[in-house]
Design a protein around this ligand. Structure first.
Ligand SMILES: [Zn+2]
Length: 408
């Protein structure tokens, strides 16, 4: 049993016309007129495929194909159709249209499932017009309130609440008042791992957690010539010790330890002045919360040691923390066995990016399917993916969903 790859591709290209950019990408920001057009197109396709439509108060849309036992919670798939300002055709859109293609295929083959099947698209996943990101799925799972989301403003001062109303997608259903039996999301990888290993399907066991910090090292500015080496309080020299340790910590916890210093400011930033103050960011990641916490502790201990050895003032503040999100073993296994059954080459790929599936996973067993994208590039108009890979990912989705929804 296979989906129709040509039809999937044609729908992706059709949706990509709405907000198409000159460089071949898509700009369809959340809750704009273009988003409304995209939503209307997808909802129209859902209705043509015989699905009923439910919209909740944050504008999440659920398209439903009934099962033979509608008392069962639906097996759901979905993603988002909003894009970045310089977005591509596939990020999010693929996950939604793959779901639609699954339903079209079931219709063609006259297959009935015991549990209903639903295809969702979540409001404002990208977070580029309104923050927070993953807004629709976040409100749905109770990570933050509807009021917080409604009050979010874009640069022109327009609010989510008003814009939802204006485009006609402020629905009646209370967010979260909607059972989910299991949730699957197909997505382009947005990284280079699958392409590099020449594999077609990424089984996603988890999404990495992250811990962000701001670090400030304060020394003393002085002339670079007259001040002997032993009598300096060089904030940059001390900072580089910490920066090296950030990488060393990540390397101590392979394969998923990540340590990055991506932002550095040196004061006064002058050739012949010993730096008096350095501010820098630290980004630690791991897929395992215990390991991420160990990395956090080791970094704090190193900073304590460096502070007492150097005599300089060092402050460190954690500014963000998202725990790792392991996906449900049953859903991960459903993806794995569907991939094996279909004979695609495969490997496990931990997601380094956020997805709506993270929030869905708080409410129901969830899993993800990755397919390669060209050079691992996304959030870019040149984002590209091969039709055969998109087709393969959709076939895996079909079989994984059927395993959960059960063919009758
Ligand atoms: Zn996405």
């Amino acid at each position: 049993m296979k989906i129709n790859g040509d039809r999937l591709w044609a729908s992706l290209m059709e949706l990509a016309k709405i907000g198409a950019t000159e460089k071949g990408g898509v700009k369809r920001l959340a809750l704009t007129d273009l988003d409304k057009q995209g939503r209307d197109l997808v909802v129209g396709w859902g209705k043509e495929a015989g699905m009923s439509i439910t919209i909740d108060q944050i504008g999440n849309v659920f398209m439903r194909r009934d099962g033979t036992n509608n008392a069962l919670p639906p097996v759901m798939t979905g993603s988002h159709i909003d894009t970045q300002p310089t977005g591509g055709k596939f990020d999010g859109n693929y996950g939604v249209l793959a779901g639609l293609e699954v339903v079209r295929t079931l219709n063609d083959l006259k297959i009935k499932t015991e549990a209903p099947i639903e295809v969702a698209f979540w409001t404002n996943e990208e977070g580029s017009r309104f923050v927070p990101v993953m807004m629709g799925s976040g409100v749905f799972c109770g990570a933050f309130s509807l009021e917080t989301a409604y009050a979010a403003k874009d640069v022109d001062g327009k609010t989510v609440g008003d814009e939802l109303e204006r485009i006609g997608y402020k629905g009646p259903q209370v967010p979260g008042d909607h059972p989910i039996g299991a949730y699957f999301e197909t997505h382009i990888e947005q990284g280079p791992v699958l392409e590099d290993a020449d594999k077609v399907i990424g089984v996603v066991p988890a999404v990495m957690g992250l811990s962000w910090y701001d670090c400030v090292v304060t020394g003393m500015e002085a002339h670079a010539g007259p001040t002997p080496m032993g009598l300096r309080k060089d904030a940059l020299q001390v900072s580089t010790r910490i920066m090296q340790e950030v990488v060393a910590i990540a390397n101590r916890y392979p394969p998923y330890g990540r340590g990055t210093v991506g932002m550095v400011q040196v004061f006064p930033n002058s050739r012949n002045v010993i730096p008096g103050e350095v501010k820098f960011s630290i980004d630690l990641r791991n897929v395992n919360d215990e390991l991420l916490n160990t990395m956090h502790e080791e970094m704090l201990a190193f900073i304590d040691k460096t502070r007492s050895e150097s005599g300089l003032k060092i402050s460190i503040e954690r500014v963000s923390y998202y725990p790792p999100c392991p996906f449900h073993p049953e859903c991960v296994d459903a993806v794995r066995s569907a991939t094996a059954k279909l004979g695609y080459s495969t490997m496990d790929v931990v997601s380094g990016a956020g997805h709506d599936a993270i929030y869905a996973a708080r409410l129901a067993p969830a899993g993800m399917i990755f397919v390669p994208c060209k050079d691992g590039i996304s959030h870019n108009e040149i984002e590209d993916a091969k039709a055969e890979h998109l087709e393969a990912g959709c076939n895996v989705l079909l079989h994984a969903m059927l395993e959960r929804a059960r063919v009758v």
